[in-house]
Each structure stands twice: as C-alpha cells, then as structure tokens.
Design a protein around this ligand. Sequence first.
Ligand code: NAP
Length: 324
Amino acid sequence: MTTPKSPLFNRLALIGVGLIGSSIARAARAQGVVRSIAATARSPATRRRVAELGLADQVTETNAAAVEGADLVIVCIPVGACGEVAREIGPHLMTGATVSDVGSVKGSVVRDMAPHLPGGVHFVPAHPVAGTEYSGPDAGFAELFVNRWCILTPPANADAQAVERLAAFWRALGSNVDTMTAEHHDLVLAVTSHLPHLIAYTIVGTADELSQVTRSEVLQYSAGGFRDFTRIAASDPTMWRDVFLANKDAVLEMLGRFNEDVSALTRAIRRGDGEALFNHFARTRAIRKGIVAIGQDSPAPDFGRPHPDLPHTPLPRPYAAEGE
Ligand code: NAP
C-alpha cells in the first residue's frame, strides 16, 4: 500500500461498522486517506464498541448525524437494509458528496438507494470482494482489502471525477479496482461467490442432519474437504439471507446450470465413466492453478493455513463434548 500525499476526502461517514465498515475505518486511518471519520451503527452496543476501539473520531447516535458534512458516505450494512438508510440520510447529504456502499449485490442496492439520493450527490456503488466468516467491529483489520478486487458499478451518467476519486480511495486501501454494470456484477458474483456459499450452506446442513455421523466422524475427518465448507457456511446468516433474496434471478440462473452439471457427474459415476470424471477434475484443477497464478490464493497446501502444530481449540457447540 502506498500512502497518498494528501487525504482524498475530508470526512468519511460510515453507516454500519461490522467486519467491512471497521476494516475500512482501520485501513482509511492507516493510509491517511481521510481527515476524519464519523461512524454509526444500528445498536447502542455496537456504537459503544466502535467508540471503545477508537475506530472513528466521532460516533453518532443517528445515520443523519453521521452524514452531516461528510464528502464520502459508505453504507456498510446488509443489502436488504440499504434502501431504508438511503431514505433516512437523503435529506442530510452535503451537495457534492459521494455516496457508496459495500453490498455483495449491486442491482438491488441501486434500485433501493438511488431514488432517495438528491441531485448534486454522486452515487457510486461498490463491492470490495474481500471478507472472512467473522462479523462485527472487532473482526475487521486494515489489511483486509490488500490485493483484493473492489468492483465499482457506477450508473451510466455518473460523474467521472467522482468515480475516479472513489477508485483512488480503494486503491489506497490496497485494492485493485474494476468497473462494470450492476447487472454484470450480479451475474459474475452469483457464480463466484453466491453459489459457492449456497453449496456450503447445503452440504453442512445435510451432514448435520446425519446427526450420528456429524458428531463424530464428520468432525474427526473434516480435513477431507468438509472443513472448508464449514468455514464458508459459518458466514453471517443475515447478510447471506439478504444476498439470496436480492440476487434471486442470477442465483437461480447459476443454480440451474449447476444442477445440470451435477446431473452430468452423477451420470458419469453411475455409468462408471472414469474418463468423463477425470477430464472434469483435470479442468477444475487447472482453474485452481490459475487462481494461484494471479495471486488470489496461496499455493501452499491446505489453503495456506499452517496445520501440523495447530493449538487445540475447543470445538463449537453443539459438537463439543460435554465439558470441552
Ligand atoms: P457485519 O459484520 O454483520 O456488520 C453489519 C453492520 O450492519 C453492523 O454495524 C450492524 O449494526 C448493521 N446492520 C445490520 N442490520 C442492519 C439494519 N437492518 N439496519 C441498519 N444497520 C444494520 O456485516 P459485514 O460483513 O460488515 O457486511 C456488511 C455489508 O458488506 C453487507 O452488505 C455485505 O453484503 C457486504 N460484504 C460482506 C463481505 C463479507 O465477507 N462479510 C464481503 C464483501 C461485502 P449492529 O451491529 O448495530 O446490529
């Protein structure tokens, strides 16, 4: 990350300070890209925690107070709540301010937020394609966006300077920035992110229903692949409920294709068609190598996590044995 010579924005307002909002606060501070940060969250408990962690110069009680005088407003809440927040902040936005978000779905955010934003405000939706399965203000860290993509989906008539300024902000936080339409974003993310999460939620749920197995063998032998699904399936339920509701059409389209491919593999297994299975797996292995080659994951085995001397961490309930 390179430190810009002067701040890109005077006052950043963050609405919602969970994993993403708190990571933006930490990174923006570390990189000196804003002069001050105002932040707010829905619950008093989160606002208190944000103040305790010193993530913002000012923690406000309301969304309206947070955006007063802000030249950059980033809404960092579940996508289903963005419209209501836009309605609330619309009358309080400063002329010339840039309003953005971090939602994992873009079409619905544009549809829900844009009508509430006054003329003279630049609306540039964004999606940092970076995250973990953890939530809340304690979960964030300044390096979250380094070498990760941030996709901007400005409307066709967006002010080019405002788009470039927001792109510079994300680049200063360490991201690579790409621009595309909201519709295209939603289709791409349906297959690269939303469908994988749905598959993980499904398979972990399926294993859980086999409760005899789940409590013993599935956990014991989880390094066989199951463990990586459980990490994804631990992602925030509210966020992911909203993602599937908001990106319904694209997810259903990708799910249809996925089901066809599962049927083809099912057929190959049933018919003992080893060649079909081998060719499919060889193709997918090449995709993994491509992801490593472009620096989006580590080539180290086990997804780069050290494992031989893992400290003992107790299993989460309900899997942990009594007393663990
Ligand atoms: P998070 O850690 O759960 O934090 C969510 C924040 O939104 C909290 O401050 C919460 O306030 C607030 N909030 C929740 N429901 C709200 C509502 N109905 N109205 C107003 N505020 C509400 O979530 P996150 O992971 O940072 O995700 C935030 C956004 O980033 C989502 O749109 C998600 O799609 C997107 N995103 C997430 C990831 C990821 O991997 N997690 C990656 C890229 C983008 P309280 O704490 O007070 O309840």
